[in-house]
Design a protein around this ligand. Structure first.
Ligand SMILES: [Fe+2]
Length: 232
């Protein structure tokens, strides 16, 4: 059973996250500032936002301790699965993320998505990597990844340390976990089309991609995971 996050905590993380990214000169798109009421009022014209699951995404991965296991994400753009199948069209996605100091995004792989994980500023981003055997994280197997265009063969469990400006390209099947070291990190993800409902396989079966929410105050903005219930 997943432990819910309090809405008041989610609201506070939204405020802090927006200010942190703004400190690097990164400004979120206009729909980031809409209230739940504005989204409800414009429901019929914002299918391009809700259908693509753009927007705020704050998760503690269902483990109930955001500071220890969690991630701030904002999906800025996202393509179409139908285009990906066709091999032409809007095949890409972009997220802005914050990995706080010592805050882990747990070990996972993607089924379809290739992604570049980019340190845009702040502390050091540590990315721990393992290879895959039959869809499972193989802790005896390394992998081969490109960091800023340079191929590197890595032993099992290698921890890449990415300084601001550095990035790694991960392909489906590359098992990865990451966290901030020495400070909070402003992270970008540039990837192929993203479907967070189906594409994330976690090593630990207790981990869930989205958090449940306990409504202890009104939401500042809706989360992507709120759209189904709030914009019916
Ligand atoms: Fe990932």
């Amino acid at each position: 059973m997943t432990v819910p996050m309090k809405r008041s905590a989610v609201n506070e993380i939204m405020r802090e996250g927006e200010a942190f990214m703004r400190s690097f000169g990164f400004i979120l798109p206009p729909f980031s500032r809409w209230s739940p009421g504005e989204m409800q009022a414009r429901k019929s014209e914002i299918e391009g936002i809700t259908g693509a699951a753009l927007g705020w995404d704050i998760t503690d991965f269902g483990l109930g301790d955001f500071g220890r296991t969690g991630l701030f994400l904002f999906t800025v753009r996202n393509g179409r699965l139908a285009d990906l199948r066709q091999g032409r069209g809007m095949l890409y996605a972009e997220k802005a993320m914050i990995a706080r100091k010592d805050q882990v995004t747990p070990m996972h792989r993607h089924v379809l998505k290739a992604e570049d994980i980019i340190n845009r500023g702040g502390g050091t981003l540590v990315v721990e990597l393992f290879g895959d055997t039959d869809g499972r994280c193989d802790r005896d197997k390394g992998t081969r990844v490109a960091t800023d265009g340079i191929w590197r063969t890595l032993p099992p469990g290698h921890r890449l340390t990415l300084a601001p400006g550095e990035s790694v390209t991960l392909m489906p099947g590359d098992w990865h976990a990451f966290w901030g070291e020495g400070g909070d990190v402003f992270v970008a993800e540039v990837s192929t089309v993203n479907d967070d409902n189906t594409d994330n396989i976690f090593e630990d079966p207790a981990v869930t991609r989205f958090s449940g929410i306990e409504e202890d105050e009104a939401p500042l903005h809706l989360l992507v995971s709120d759209y189904a219930a709030w914009l019916r």
